[in-house]
Design a protein around this ligand. Sequence first.
Ligand code: NAP
Length: 498
Amino acid sequence: MICVSIGRTRHKMITLEHRALADRGAKLVELRLDWLSRLPDLGRLIDNRPTPVIITCRRREDGGRWRGTEEQRMTILRSAIVSGVDYVDIEEDIAKSVPRYGDTKRIISYHNFEETPPDIEQIHARMCKLDADIIKIVTLANSPGDAAKMLEISKRSDIPTIGFCMGEMGLFSRILCGRFGSPITYATFSRDRELAPGQLSFEEMRDIFRYEEITEDTQIFGVIGDPIGHSLSPLVHNFAFQAAGIDAVYLPLRIPQDTLAKSLDDLDSIGMRGFSVTIPHKQAAADYSQVSSESVRAIGAANTLIRSEVNDWHSENTDYDAALASVLIGINKENPSEASLMGQKVMLLGAGGAARAVALAMVRSGALVTIAGRTHKRAIALADEISCQHCSWENRGAGEPDVLINCTPVGMHPNVDDTPYAEHWLTENMVVFDTVYNPETTLLIKDARAKGCRTVSGIEMFVRQAAQQFEMFTGQPGPLDQMRMTVRRAISPLGDLP
Ligand code: NAP
């Protein structure tokens, strides 16, 4: 069950939000009395409550805001129990001083905002002796492995245990904890009302990750990267699973640089079936896999990992095909399969990971590629590796290419007034492909359209690489149109679609 936490300074706001949450379909709400600016008036909050509640009054040292005395706090918790609230949250150290009474269920809790201590299993064992209906054990994840450990504790416990991790590295465990036996996960009223690090909103938990529908049979996928918070892949894949009626969930997993192999080993117990891979792990993912596709070997980087029937990891690079398909649309929108890059002059801006996949796809299709990179040494190295030309960043406007491809982040939100290629260098016969997809219409694309060029936005590449991954994950074709709409809605939430 999803429990939505409300923390407000005024009683009136708590009751208003409680009612609103009930209207939005919430089945359980946590009232955080420690947030109130005055002493709590329990009757006002719990008489005629629209949903069952957990009463919590958290001390500062446990991550709360309580400013009264400990005696006042215990009196409030005891009164809540006497009033017959549904659940009361009692920290481990006061469990014996706040006795059981009536039907109120006891959640005995432990929080650690700094780490997942090495003796977490002993802490859990200690808590099992405190007459709990539910144990709540929530720690900060300093690695994805910490969160995996907490899920295991829930799974093995005889007493129902809410076990997950806070923080970005633990976020996935908030979504998966029900599958591992947690009776409750926690969410917020809205995304900007985080009461603990890494919390998702009620709607995100219910509608994007479909928490209530995750069972032991649900297949688990995810995107790994760092940073990962702004990735659109969870939206795109989860909505695609939903539309196709596939029992699967797709999670964001923050994995710090240089820890990919250890993190994936630590996540093994979760049984994830596949990953999308983004910065900075594409190269490490290629190295981690036991079997890699020809394009991964040629590029030296993977953006997809799939677990095979015999449990080894296969890697693929779907950026390669997606970039090629996007350029071919630019050349011949009606019949991309008839478009050809043979002998076409391509100017490629950037020499990073995306440029690598795009340049190789262009060269192998017979294009005459020149790479211009801000760091010239990097452009030279890439050009040498895949046997094409290079030029200095300052000279990028000198030639008159048939196809211009931007593989730098220049023009990306929030720097939407930047462009990597001056307007007066553009000519009307060019095909201009900007791999940046947020915004969809970058300044480069705007300028190119104004000049009469054929243009392709980064959304085309993004949805194509995602659709190919979807097919590898599920065996079904990826829903391109739906994925495109999901991305457009996400980057243009006010419906300002081109
Ligand atoms: P990356 O590995 O970090 O490479 C970025 C490249 O851009 C480097 O060559 C870098 O130059 C250059 N660069 C960065 N800032 C610049 C600036 N202000 N002026 C000139 N050059 C600059 O990143 P990546 O993975 O290749 O991704 C690059 C972009 O491609 C992303 O921002 C994203 O928008 C786009 N992308 C799109 C898709 C898609 O599906 N549509 C997929 C992947 C990437 P230095 O070497 O000098 O740092």
